[in-house]
Unconditional design. Structure first.
Length: 479
């Protein structure tokens, strides 16, 4: 059925019914958290000095993470004058991203090439080999100045990012240029799954494919498994790249990527319960409610904000908007949402651990030519942006105080009859058909986790003007 779109921002103001699962992760320890003290826009973390010989584009490919102690770390591609060899700088914030201080550098200690492209930051949620839970990994592309070779190397820090030691090398390739027929490896992205650390990356070494996506795994951060294909198009000219993955509350994973060559770098995604067998999953094109096909360098996170399923949030290089799906990745459920952070090549996304209504978006500018790139960060509150004011005015007008979940759809129920009933809407002119399984109290209490036990239905107020219900499905609303 079709509904009129109205309440995107309002649903972002909801807390999730279900908490995000964490695969095989040990319970977190209590620690003082550095949560955002405010939201802010385009806060500059680093701007290269002018007239200092920095190479175009100066900085690029920024990434940030929040550690288990609440502090934030950020890094990026640094195009500083050589010699000395380029490196990945490590900056730290303890106030939610407002102020930043450089605390370390990740430097190439094995190849004498430098660490040049595509850094990825990751904190181990469990021990891997000799590396304890809480170890920070920085994985990136070691490339010499002449760009003749590529090598994905992993460095580890056990002191919060101050010092780093080489851990292992995952994959080696040829010349660092994105041309079919060359053999580089690109764009590593780390995730722990069960007892394995997984590294997803783009791979041009297979003569059957201009580029494909692959992964390798390790249980000790020393030796790595054989390569497994994740996305390998039958058309040689297709170039899937920029892999990203995150866990959803239903136990599935969403795997996002761009496809250049044949698809203009448009963004695609797959949904799977097995992140080691992505190749078998169906491919979907990401298309927004406005018909937008976002392009280039995607990143993805999940937030519990947005209803029972939370929100999948995707950033693309071509737009400053984010693209949000509150229906576990279902097609035709992507909504554009404006942000204050400028568009950039592969903006990094991060939700805060204790308050995941706060979304951090970090960018490092665009691919060359670009003489003005700098690293900046915006933090937005998903509960207080977009159409939230409209949502609140609707609530106030109808004297509604509570949101509920019925059949895993977000529903506002007014106190009209006893027992309360969830409402199914067969079309836009009929709003009074009861759901077949009956009273809302039964349906609410049947939800996973028994979270409805804390909801007092008597607090839900009666409509001011009639006995009709308001139904909210996904990001759309009918009155």
């Amino acid at each position: 059925m079709r509904f009129r779109s109205l309440l995107w921002g309002g649903l972002l103001s909801l807390s999730a019914v279900l908490a995000a699962p964490t695969a095989n992760q040990e319970p977190p320890t209590l620690a003082k958290r550095a949560v955002p003290t405010s939201t802010f826009s385009n806060n500059v973390i680093f701007s290269p000095p002018s007239n200092a010989g920095w190479t175009d584009p100066r900085v690029l490919y920024a990434r940030s993470i929040q550690l288990s102690d609440g502090s934030l770390l950020a890094t990026w591609e640094n195009y500083s004058p050589e010699p000395p060899l380029v490196y990945f700088p490590i900056y730290r914030s303890t106030d939610g991203g407002v102020k930043w201080t450089q605390i370390g550098k990740v430097q190439d200690t094995v190849n004498n090439w430098g660490l040049r492209y595509q850094p990825d930051l990751y904190e181990l949620p469990r021990a891997i080999g000799k590396y304890p839970k809480g170890t920070i990994l920085c994985t990136g592309n070691s490339i010499p100045t002449d760009l003749s070779k590529t090598k994905i190397d992993v460095y580890a820090s056990t002191d919060g990012g101050k010092t780093w030691k080489f851990a292992s090398s995952i994959a080696s390739g040829g010349e660092a240029r994105p041309n079919n027929g060359l053999t580089p490896v690109w764009e590593p992205h780390m995730m722990v799954y069960q007892d394995k650390l997984v590294c997803y990356y783009a791979d041009q070494r297979d003569p059957k494919h201009g580029q494909k996506l692959s992964h390798q795994t390790t249980t000790d951060l020393v030796s790595w498994s054989a390569l497994v294909n994740d996305v390998a198009d039958s058309n040689y000219n297709a170039r899937p790249g920029m892999p990203g993955i995150t866990l959803l509350p239903n136990g599935q994973y969403i795997f996002v990527y761009e496809t250049c060559g044949t698809q203009g770098c448009r963004i695609f995604y797959r949904l799977t319960s097995d992140p080691l067998n992505i190749l078998a999953a169906k491919e979907y094109a990401l298309v927004s409610d406005k018909g937008t096909r976002p392009v280039s360098s995607p990143t993805v996170v999940w937030s519990s904000v947005g209803g029972a399923n939370g929100s999948i949030i995707v950033s693309a290089g071509s737009q400053s908007q984010i693209f949000v799906n509150k229906n576990l990745g279902a097609e035709n459920s992507w909504v554009e949402f404006a942000t204050p952070q400028p568009n950039a090549y592969t903006r990094g996304l991060m939700v805060f651990k204790e308050n995941d209504n706060f979304l951090a978006i970090i960018g490092g500018g665009w691919l060359p030519p670009s003489s003005t790139n700098q690293v900046s960060l915006s933090v937005i509150d998903l509960k207080k942006t977009g159409l939230d004011a409209i949502a609140q005015s609707v609530l106030a007008a109808h004297k509604l105080e509570k949101f509920f979940s019925c059949f895993y759809q977000t529903v506002m129920i007014s106190r009209v009859v006893d027992p309360y009933k969830c409402i199914a809407v067969p079309n836009e002119r009929s709003l009074d058909s009861p759901v077949s399984l009956g009273p809302a109290t039964t349906e609410i209490n049947s939800l996973k986790g028994g979270v409805a036990a804390s909801i007092d239905l008597n607090l839900v107020e009666k409509h001011a003007y009639d006995d009709r219900y308001i139904l909210v499905v996904g990001d759309q609303m009918i009155v």
